[in-house]
Write a protein that binds this ligand. Structure first.
Ligand code: SAH
Ligand code: SF4
Ligand code: F3S
Length: 456
C-alpha cells in the first residue's frame, strides 16, 4: 500500500501552492498519496505562516496535539515561513519533529526524510538555494478547473512590518519558458483558470529563452492569454508601486484577464504608509484604480489592510475609512498590526491601547462587509457569467447542484440535471441570479446561445 501524507497549510496562497508541490515531490520520489485523514497518515507536515504572531504560535500548539502519533511511527515535518525563521529552534522546542525545511528547500524533502531515517537525527534545511526549487519539481498534477502557477519567489520590498523577505528570501523570477510550459501542461489537464502567484507579481522580470531579453509582467500576461484552453487569468498579489501603464493597458487588450483585482492598500493615511515603507500615497493608489475603472467599469477590488500600526491616530484611521468608502472594496483581509521580531517596525513605540485597535478593526470589517453585501445584491435579477467548478457542497443525488465562480470570485450555486453535472464543469456559462444567500448567490441556468447548454 502506498504511504500517505497529511498536510496542514497555514498562511497565504504561496503556501497552498507549496503544499501541492510537497505532495508532488513525495509522490514522485516515494509514491506518497495525499490524505485528508490525519489518522491514516505516515507523514504529517505543517506548512506554516509567521506573518502574525498568532499564526506562528498556533503551529506549536498544533504540533503538541499530534505528538502522540509518533508512538505508531508517524514522521512529523515542519515547513514554510515559521520553519524558515526558527530553523533549529523548532527542534529545541519540539524535539519530536523529524524534519524542518523552508519554502525554498521543499524539493529536498524526500532526501531529508531518508537521511533522518538512516541517522535517526532530526534534519534541518532552511537554506535559500536560489531557483533550484523549480528545477527539481515534477510536472504539476492537477484535478479541477482552476490552478495556481508560481511566477516568482520571495520579496525584496522590505515593508517595515513584514517578515516575508526574511522568511522567503529576496525576489527571484522563474524563467518565462518554465511558467508558460507549466500553464500549458495544466491547460492540457483541463485547467481553464490560471492564478499567477508571487508576493509582487508585477515586479516580474523573467528571462526569455537563451536571449538576454527580460519579460515584464504585462508581457507575461500577453503570452499566458495566448495559451489555448486558458479562459481566465487571475494574479495575486500585485503591489501598487509597479502598476505600470502597460499593466493597466492589459485590461483593455486581454479579455481573459478577470475584472477582479486584489491590490493591497494596507492603509489610507500617507503618514502611516510612509512609516510602513510602502512607497506610495493613498492618492497614487486611488489613481491606479480610477484608471482601471475607466477601462473596466465592473472591476471588483479587494485589498489587505493593517489596523493599529504604531502611531496610528484617530485621524489616520479616518483616512482608512475614507479609502474604503472611496474604493468600495468588495473584500479585504484586515488584521491588527502584529509586531514581528527582526522587522524595523517592531522597535517603534506603540501607544494605542489594544481595545482602541480592536474597535477600529470592527469598524473596518463592518464597512467592508456592507460593501460586499451591497455588491452581491446588485447581482440579483441579472445574468452573471461563471466558470463552473463542480458539484456544490450541498448537492445530493435527488437534487443535484453545481457551483461556479464569477470573475469577482462570488460563488453561485444552481440546480442541474444529472447530465449537466458531468458536462458543465470547466465551462463558462450564464446564470440568472435569483437570490443572495449570505456571501454566495443562487441562480438558475440562463438561456444561452449554445442550445446544448440550455438543454443541459
Ligand atoms: N506581498 C503582499 C502581501 C503579503 S503578506 C503585499 O505586499 O501586499 C499578506 C498580508 O499580511 C499583507 O498584505 C499585510 O496586510 C499583512 N501583514 C503583513 N505583516 C503584518 C504584520 N506584521 N501585522 C499584521 N498584518 C501583517
Ligand atoms: Fe511583505 Fe511588503 Fe513584501 Fe508584501 S511587499 S511581502 S507586505 S515586504
Ligand atoms: Fe505567511 Fe509566509 Fe505567506 S509568512 S503569509 S506563509 S509568505
Amino acid at each position: 500500500m502506498s504511504k500517505k501524507v497529511f498536510i496542514r497549510t497555514f498562511g497565504c496562497q504561496m503556501n497552498e501552492y507549496d503544499s501541492d508541490k510537497m505532495v508532488d515531490v513525495l509522490h514522485a520520489a516515494d509514491g506518497y498519496e495525499k490524505t485528508d485523514n490525519v489518522d491514516e497518515a505516515d507523514l504529517v507536515l505543517f506548512n506554516t505562516c509567521s506573518v502574525r504572531e498568532k499564526a506562528q504560535e498556533k503551529v506549536f500548539s498544533d504540533l503538541g496535539r499530534i505528538k502522540h502519533l509518533k508512538a505508531k511511527g508517524v514522521k512529523i515535518g515542519v515547513g514554510g515561513c515559521v520553519a524558515s525563521q526558527e530553523g533549529d529552534a523548532i527542534i529545541k522546542r519540539a524535539p519530536y519533529v523529524d524534519v524542518v525545511f523552508g519554502p525554498q528547500t521543499l524539493h529536498r524533502l524526500p532526501e531529508l526524510l531518508s537521511t533522518q531515517r538512516q541517522t535517526n537525527k532530526s534534519q534541518v534545511d532552511i537554506s535559500f538555494p536560489e531557483i533550484e526549487k523549480f528545477d527539481h519539481l515534477p510536472p504539476a498534477r492537477r484535478e479541477g478547473v482552476s490552478a495556481f502557477v508560481s511566477i516568482m519567489e520571495g520579496c525584496s520590498k522590505y515593508c517595515s512590518y513584514c517578515v516575508v523577505p526574511y522568511t522567503r528570501g529576496e525576489e527571484i523570477n522563474r524563467p518565462l519558458d518554465d511558467v508558460l510550459l507549466e500553464v500549458a501542461q495544466l491547460a492540457g489537464q483541463g485547467v481553464r483558470e490560471i492564478n499567477l502567484l508571487g508576493q509582487n507579481v508585477n515586479a516580474y522580470r523573467g528571462t526569455m529563452g537563451d536571449t538576454s531579453e527580460i519579460c515584464d509582467f504585462a508581457t507575461l500576461l500577453d503570452y499566458v492569454s495566448d495559451i489555448p484552453g486558458i479562459e481566465r487569468i487571475r494574479y495575486t498579489t500585485s503591489h501598487p508601486n509597479e502598476f505600470t501603464p502597460a499593466l493597466i493597458e492589459a485590461y483593455a487588450k486581454l479579455p481573459k484577464l478577470v475584472s477582479h483585482l486584489h491590490l493591497p492598500a494596507q492603509h489610507g493615511s500617507d503618514v502611516i504608509l510612509a512609516a510602513m515603507k510602502r512607497g506610495y500615497t493613498s492618492l497614487q493608489y486611488k489613481s491606479i484604480i480610477r484608471k482601471l475603472r475607466v477601462i473596466r467599469p465592473d472591476l471588483h477590488l479587494s485589498t489587505d489592510l493593517i489596523i493599529g500600526f504604531p502611531g496610528e491616530t484617530d485621524a489616520d484611521h479616518a483616512k482608512t475609512m475614507k479609502l474604503i468608502e472611496d474604493m468600495q472594496f468588495d473584500n479585504s483581509f484586515s488584521f491588527i498590526y502584529s509586531p514581528r521580531p527582526g522587522t524595523p517596525a517592531a522597535s517603534l513605540q506603540d501607544d494605542t491601547p489594544h481595545d482602541v485597535k480592536h474597535k477600529r478593526l470592527l469598524q473596518v470589517q463592518k464597512a467592508i462587509n456592507d460593501n460586499t453585501h451591497a455588491l452581491s445584491d446588485a447581482f440579483v435579477g441579472k445574468t452573471a457569467r461563471i466558470l463552473v467548478e463542480g458539484p456544490s457542497p450541498r448537492s445530493r443525488a435527488e437534487s443535484p447542484e453545481l457551483m461556479g465562480r464569477t470573475e469577482c470570485n462570488r460563488v453561485i450555486n444552481f440546480a442541474a440535471s444529472t447530465q449537466a453535472m458531468t458536462r458543465l464543469p470547466g465551462q463558462i456559462i450564464d446564470i440568472a441570479v435569483t437570490q443572495r444567500m449570505g456571501f454566495s448567490l443562487r441562480g438558475e441556468l440562463a438561456l444561452t446561445d449554445a442550445p446544448e447548454l440550455a438543454a443541459a
